[in-house]
Design a protein around this ligand. Structure first.
Ligand SMILES: [Zn+2]
Length: 272
């Protein structure tokens, strides 16, 4: 009897946990629904104007970004976030070489983090976080940067809350600290000059997380799609990234849409 009661309680606890989790997702989703940039994206107009008018938009380009973290929207050390999925652990050796050259002795903090989806893809199972930490440490060793770690108690959101993936080509946009921007994955792959093939693979891995059961998942539909946001330094990069983003989105039957902007030149002209 005692055991049965115990089992019953345990089952209830699991159900409560699941229920609370769903509640958290619902709350975060509703926050996104009320975000004025999401509203503008859904309306198909005004995104760029509203973004440029956000308090702190210009300031978000005013400092050197000094942290390389996972694209994961919950991870932000507030040091100015450059990002790759799993801090680059999905890179093949050729692209990794490009990254190593790009970030050599740049005074960056490279952070591994708890509960990393990219590490889970590369190395499934209970040891995936350790694999992620190890890969981040190897990158630190190869580039002469600093190592850091972000644990779940420091996450900026208790659950995955990404409504967007920012394809960040300027290397200057501290979108992670821009209040008013909806939940976002970030990829700085274009800024680092990584191959188009890698950029596509990474974007699809992140979209897979967003549309999956550990994120907003089925809350996305054609009226409420996931957005790829191109953040470009000039016209040429804007066109190139938008074309790539459209090719990626075409595989998702209307669940993924593309928008973007070219950073104003006076903003990029600021000293960093
Ligand atoms: Zn991660």
């Amino acid at each position: 009897m005692f055991n049965e009661a115990n089992m019953f309680n345990q089952k209830n606890e699991t159900m409560d946990k699941h229920h609370n989790h769903e509640e958290l997702f619902n709350q975060e989703w509703e926050k996104g629904q009320k975000n004025e940039l999401i509203e503008a994206l859904k309306a198909g107009e005004g995104f760029q104007e509203k973004l440029f008018a956000l308090p702190g938009f210009k300031e978000a380009f005013a400092h050197k970004l000094t942290c390389l973290e996972c694209s994961d929207g919950r991870v932000n050390s507030h040091l100015g976030k450059l990002a790759l999925a799993g801090e680059g652990l999905l890179l093949n050796s050729e692209d990794r070489e490009i990254l190593v050259k790009a970030i050599k002795e740049q005074g960056l903090t490279i952070t591994g983090h708890e509960n990393c989806g990219a590490a889970g893809i590369a190395h499934p199972g209970p040891d995936s976080d350790n694999y992620g930490y190890q890969k981040a440490k190897e990158l630190v060793a190869d580039t002469g940067n600093e190592y850091g770690e972000v644990h779940a108690d420091k996450f900026t959101s208790p659950v995955h809350n990404e409504r967007t993936l920012v394809l960040e080509g300027t290397g200057r946009f501290n979108v992670a600290d821009l209040e008013g921007f909806p939940g976002q994955f970030i990829s700085s792959a274009a800024h680092f000059g990584l191959s188009a093939e890698y950029q596509k693979t990474e974007a699809k891995a992140l979209i897979g997380i967003a549309l999956g059961d550990h994120s907003f998942g089925k809350r996305f539909d054609k009226e409420n799609p996931f957005y790829l946001i191109v953040s470009a330094k000039d016209e040429a990069q804007y066109e190139q990234l938008t074309k790539m983003a459209e090719e990626i989105a075409a595989d998702y039957d209307g669940l993924v849409k593309v928008s973007g902007f070219i950073a104003p030149q006076e903003v990029l002209a600021q000293q960093v």
